[in-house]
Design a protein around this ligand. Structure first.
Ligand code: COA
Length: 280
C-alpha cells in the first residue's frame, strides 16, 4: 500500500497494534508550516487525491488530519506559530471573482473529506481558523492541544465561511454561538471550544499525538463495515427530520443483522473472546 505523497500533504500509514490483519490509521499532515499550513490549490488538490486513496484502501480504517509543526527558523528570524491550518490561502483571493471562486469551491476537497465513508479525526495543535476550522469541522471528531485557537475571521476580509462552515458550525454549536463566531471573527481558546462543543477533547500539546492515535486505533479496531453504517446513519440525523431519521436507523440496524460481523461480535461476547472482524 503506497499512499500518494505530495510536498504539501504527507501521508503516513501507522499500524494498529490490536489488529494483525494489516489495519492502519492514515496520518495526513498538511505541510506548509511557513504559511501556517494555509490551504492553497496544491493542498486542496492533494487532499482530494488523499480522500480517493483512503476510500479505496481497505486497510485504512481511520484517517487523522493534522497540520505540520513549525520549522526551525533561519538565524535571526522568529519561530512561526503552531497551526493546524490558518485558513484558505488569502493570497489566492486577491482579484478573484465569483466565477473563479464558484469553480474552486464547488465539489471541493473539504466536502470530499466530509463525505469520506471512514472515521476521521482532526488533530489540532495551534491556529484552526477560517478554512482550517472548516477542515476540522469536516472531520467526525476534533482533539485539540490546550494552546489551540479557533475562529472564523472571514468577516474581517469581507467574507463568510465558504467550505460549509456556516452549516456545520450551526449543527455543532447551535445557531446563536455559530453566528457569534461568524459575526465577530474573534478567536476562542481551546477550553472555550471544548465548553461549547466545538472540540471533543483538549489535552496538553505533548500528549496530543498519543491521545489522538489511541482513539484512532481504538476506532480502527472495530468492524469497518459497522463503522461505515454508523457514520452513514448518524449523518442522516443532520439532513433528515426525527421521524425519517429513526426510520433510517431502523433499516440500518436491521441490515446489520444480516452481516458476518454481527454474528462474530455477538459470538465473541458470549464466548468471552476477542472479535476477529471480517469487515463485512
Ligand atoms: N493565507 C496565506 N498566508 C497566511 C495565512 C493565510 N490564511 N495565514 C498566515 N499566513 C502566512 C503569513 O502571511 C505569514 O507569511 P510570511 O511569514 O511569509 O509573511 C506566515 O503565514 C506567518 O503568519 P503571521 O501572520 O506572520 O503570524 P502571526 O503569528 O503574526 O499571526 C495569525 C498568526 C494566525 C493570527 C495570522 O497569520 C492570521 O490572522 N492569519 C490569517 C487568518 C485568516 O484570516 N484566515 C481565514 C482565511 S479565509
Amino acid at each position: 500500500m503506497t499512499p500518494p505523497q505530495d510536498e504539501v500533504l504527507t501521508i503516513e500509514t501507522l499500524p494498529v497494534e490490536a489488529c494483525d490483519d494489516g489495519t492502519v490509521v492514515a496520518l495526513v499532515t498538511i505541510n506548509r508550516p511557513n504559511k501556517l499550513n494555509a490551504l492553497n490549490a496544491n493542498v486542496t488538490s492533494a487532499m482530494k487525491a488523499m480522500v480517493a486513496w483512503a476510500e479505496s484502501e481497505d486497510a485504512v480504517r481511520c484517517i487523522v488530519v493534522t497540520g505540520a509543526q513549525p520549522l526551525i527558523p533561519e538565524e535571526g528570524k522568529r519561530v512561526k506559530p503552531n497551526a493546524f491550518v490558518a485558513g484558505a490561502d488569502i493570497t489566492e483571493f486577491l482579484g478573484a471573482g465569483s466565477e473563479e471562486i464558484t469553480f474552486k469551491f464547488t465539489d471541493n476537497a473539504i466536502e470530499a473529506l466530509w463525505n469520506i465513508s471512514k472515521p476521521t479525526i482532526a488533530m489540532v495543535d495551534g491556529f484552526a481558523l477560517g478554512g482550517g476550522l472548516e477542515v476540522a469541522c469536516s472531520c467526525d471528531i476534533r482533539i485539540a492541544s490546550s494552546r489551540s485557537k479557533f475562529g472564523t475571521p472571514e468577516i474581517n476580509l469581507g467574507l463568510i465561511p465558504g467550505y460549509g462552515g456556516t452549516q456545520r458550525l450551526v449543527s455543532l454549536l447551535g445557531y446563536g454561538k455559530a453566528l457569534e463566531m461568524v459575526y465577530t471573527g474573534e478567536m476562542i481558546t481551546a477550553d472555550e471550544a471544548h465548553r461549547i462543543g466545538l472540540v471533543n477533547h483538549v489535552v496538553d500539546a505533548d500528549e496530543l499525538k498519543q491521545r489522538t492515535m489511541d482513539m484512532a486505533c481504538l476506532i480502527a479496531s472495530k468492524s469497518s463495515n459497522t463503522l461505515r453504517v454508523a457514520k452513514e446513519t448518524m449523518r442522516s440525523a443532520l439532513d433528515e427530520g426525527l421521524t425519517e431519521g429513526v426510520a433510517t436507523e431502523a433499516k440500518a440496524f436491521a441490515g446489520l443483522f444480516d452481516t458476518e460481523d454481527k454474528e462474530i461480535g455477538v459470538k465473541a461476547f458470549l464466548n468471552r473472546e476477542k472479535a476477529e472482524w471480517k469487515h463485512k
